[in-house]
Design a protein around this ligand. Sequence first.
Ligand code: IMP
Ligand code: MG
Length: 175
Amino acid sequence: MAHTVGRVLVTREELVQRVGELGQSLARDYPDQNPLLVCVLKGAIVFFADLIRAINAPLTTDFISVSSYGTAPASSGVVKITSDLSISIEDRDVILVEDIIDSGRTISYLTRNLHTRHPKSLRICALLDKVERREVEVDLDYVGFTIPNVFIIGYGMDYRGLYRNLPYLAALEAD
Ligand code: IMP
Ligand code: MG
């Protein structure tokens, strides 16, 4: 089955506005703690790049790469760290930056994993929350948009590797 870009769910302008607001909240909550913002690769790259520039406070960045086994478009629930952080998070204020929370399994696994490394604090900032799909409970500290149960592409998010470069969020459409 072929797939194409479907209806636009969040425009470029709405993304700029909302990511700016999230950046202001983070700057307010972490004015001088030098938090470590962790980008969950690959889907969060575009959000992360915009978010850090919207935070007017000192911060540090690092990256972690995870993959879920299986070929289903959404996470199968089994998560593996394919590329780990490059620095210690012990005693750091850590903010995990994710593109989208679906079943919640990826972020739940990551949170548990990072907690074993003894950060001073650990919070989650997700651009999108697909709340209807939740299978495991997760506490999200910062959320950009709550979205309906449709498969999202663009602004870093992919379908089989494609569409990450779209500057807006769209639904994936099967034709
Ligand atoms: P979860 O573990 O089910 O919460 O899935 C989280 C991961 O699955 C996200 O970080 C994305 O990489 C991927 N994912 C879930 N829903 C979508 C979607 O609608 N579009 C693109 N990727 C998605
Ligand atoms: Mg992701």
